[in-house]
Ligand binder design. Sequence first.
Ligand SMILES: [Zn+2]
Length: 434
Amino acid sequence: MPYKPGERLPGERASRLGHLEVLKSELVNKLVKNFEEGNANVAIANLKWEPIPSGGELLPIVFGIDGSMQVIDSETPPYKSLAFVKTALLRIDQFALSRIDKDSPHPLALRDILADSALYHATVFPLRHVSIPGQTTYHAIRGIIFESLRDKSLDGEPMETLKWLAYEKWSGNHKQLPLFECPHCEETVATLPYDAETGKCHKCNGDLFLTDMLGFHQEMTTDSAPNTIATNYMSIHEVLLLFTGIRYYWEKRKEILSKCLFVKDGPLAIRAQYSKLVAPIRRFLSFARDQGYPIHIIGQEKSGRFFDHLELIGKNVPEGHIFIPGDEYIKEEIQHRPTSGAPYGKDTNYGAKVFVKINNYHKMVLNIPTGEFVENPTLSNLIGASNIFATLPSILSNRYEGALLPVELANGIASLSTYPSAQILKIFTDARGI
Ligand SMILES: [Zn+2]
């Protein structure tokens, strides 16, 4: 996702209610006055902002991960709809970072960096009214998802990473897959032998793909798929790119792994049925930390409730501070829901939320892993926090508020609007007559 233009809240909001006729009512007038005065400042004074930890080491290698998705609809019946997805991973070292002008990076310098160190993946899904001979949309998309993870342009590495996470291959325990819903008989009886990519449902003998475990088919009907199929594929693929980098160093050069910072666009969370990968990810991050290899990952949230909340609470905080909200705070002040029920993010998140104010220009919502789930995380739970915060100043971009260069660069590669342009995609789809 691109960075939004600066959106700081103005110091005082103009009243939108002042001109309404109803304000002639004394009661309404009194109530509205209360609305306008109250609530805007949650109990800011009581928030536990703490100084950014110091004493960490600068991490010399930084990775950025981002993705984009675009739906192209034909403008005439039968209103065909295709979704294009692109994801990108790039590697950048501190030497290259030091050469980039943070205020106005030279396009050629950026081009050189990207040419040497970026990978990307692209695929396309036929969402609606696009026929694939001999296949329903439902099974065509299942097949495209499976083949896309084995995409030769990335040597099939994302599929290897999915196996590595799903079967917890890093543990050496030959972990069995949890039972999942069969895409044919729809019973939750499907599984695959250890390390397999394909197999058969033992109940209905239908063909199974490892990617069916994630449950994409649960979102689709026989002849159409919602746009969220593409968005969810993009999110999963970003996670797989992130962990492809991690797996590579874990298997080949562990000593390098703890010198890397992985920066992903968006929260460290996987939603709904796709969250099956969250528990293995948490177990791996705990395991690696306990083995003496802390893995530095940050996810950056550039929109949404946490982002908006930081605008509200971050203004008067001194520079160089962070605030880690606990379960109760998140439910009450950010989600505005009762504090009962399951802890926030228990099944879906693999990072804790951290509000960060580096200076008045750079405020951001980061997610940092804790390994096992922690309901009320503290600084000491955040894996590699001091090294992450020692490295953060070197990756700040001054082009957008709160922007991080690795995400900005990855966005440049992953962006479909620039490569190839939406117009070209459109011509392509029309010309093929599909
Ligand atoms: Zn079945």
